[in-house]
Design a protein around this ligand. Sequence first.
Ligand code: AMP
Length: 213
Amino acid sequence: MNIILLGPPGAGKGTQAKRLTEKYHIPQVSTGDMLREALKEGSPLGLEAKKYMDQGGLVPDEVVIGLVKERIQKPDAGNGYMLDGFPRTSGQAKALDKILEQLGQKIDHVVSIEVPSSELLGRLTGRRTCRACGAGFHLMYDPPKKEAICDKCGGELYQRSDDNESTVKSRLETYEAQTKPLIEYYQNQGKLRRINGVGSMNEILARIQAVLE
Ligand code: AMP
């Protein structure tokens, strides 16, 4: 099963992707995670991407298209994959269609997680992640028991460098201008499944599972 998770920054795509990929035994393909990993390694690609990420803009299409094309052909993606944060522009969506045609594959479902824009700023600026195990927390909705310490492993919690208020505002504008039009693109392909993204993690997971199954 090949799935695209669509939605604004802060909709919960990454959180839901992690839980869904465990259930369906398919990998999560997150271009944001891949770019952050490249940056951590100090690769030229990562350093180039940082310029765009720090400003809340998008990394050029050809860069992320290349990453995804290579990733979905790895052996662990043989039974499918969950694209999280890709495509983000109509150029990426069209390139993906072409790649899939070449590979003899198709997207089965595009799940659009919908959250009112008034909620997104608070969701993003309150996010914290464990440096050691990657567990996610939120200062208001899911606070750690001890400030800045991970409940699961005792690791240090940090804020993603692009989750500060001014970068978040740019990311939300970028989403409105460049990514939101993809909702219509996939609606026209008859693949769009709309999900209410407000509620508990489990409620939203159940809504997504209901449309996938
Ligand atoms: P994310 O973790 O999905 O919120 O992505 C973090 C940042 O990585 C974004 O704000 C972009 O700068 C960059 N990025 C991630 N995915 C893409 C993509 N598909 N196209 C362009 N830039 C991306």
